[in-house]
Design a protein around this ligand. Structure first.
Ligand code: HEC
Length: 118
């Protein structure tokens, strides 16, 4: 987990351009399956297959990339998940890259769907 990120959200709230966004996609097996595949392609290298932060590129990061229990936290609302993935750690200087230029909006939403089932 990332205390920088959580402190940032506690102090600033969710970035207004992301606040209150809800997943426009229906929860279907197809969308969740796409989310899993996209996660494996883009995120597992750091976060690991199950979010433990033990991917090859994630093992030595500080703060660590463990997001295993993330989806169960009250803070992990859809808008926060979307923001975290789209902007990465840019607002507070962590190793999490931003994905908004590389993934389409619906691809990020599919990943968010998957993350919340961790
Ligand atoms: C280069 C390594 C790297 C990659 C690739 C990466 N992340 Fe991260 N991620 C991190 C690190 C390190 C943190 C902890 C620091 C932070 O919160 O910014 C993190 C934090 C997060 C958090 C916040 C967890 C929390 O406790 O609030 C989420 C959500 C997340 N990542 C999702 C993703 C998703 C989804 C992808 C793929 C689209 C991805 N990450 C790809 C390194 C990475």
């Amino acid at each position: 987990m990332s205390t920088n990120r959580h402190r940032f959200v506690m102090q600033n709230g969710v970035d207004p351009s992301y606040a209150s966004r809800v997943n426009p996609l229906k929860h279907t097996a197809k969308n969740a399956g796409d989310g899993k595949r996209l996660y494996e392609q883009n995120c597992a290298l750091c976060h690991g297959q199950t979010g433990m932060g033990n991917g090859e590129a994630g093992k030595n990061l500080d703060p660590p990339a463990n997001i295993a229990a993330f989806g169960k936290r009250p803070m992990a609302t859809e808008d926060t998940c979307y923001w975290s993935t789209a902007e990465g750690g840019v607002p507070f200087g962590t190793g999490m890259p931003p994905f908004k230029g590389n993934l389409k909006e619906d691809e990020i939403w599919k990943i968010v769907m998957y993350l919340r089932e961790f």
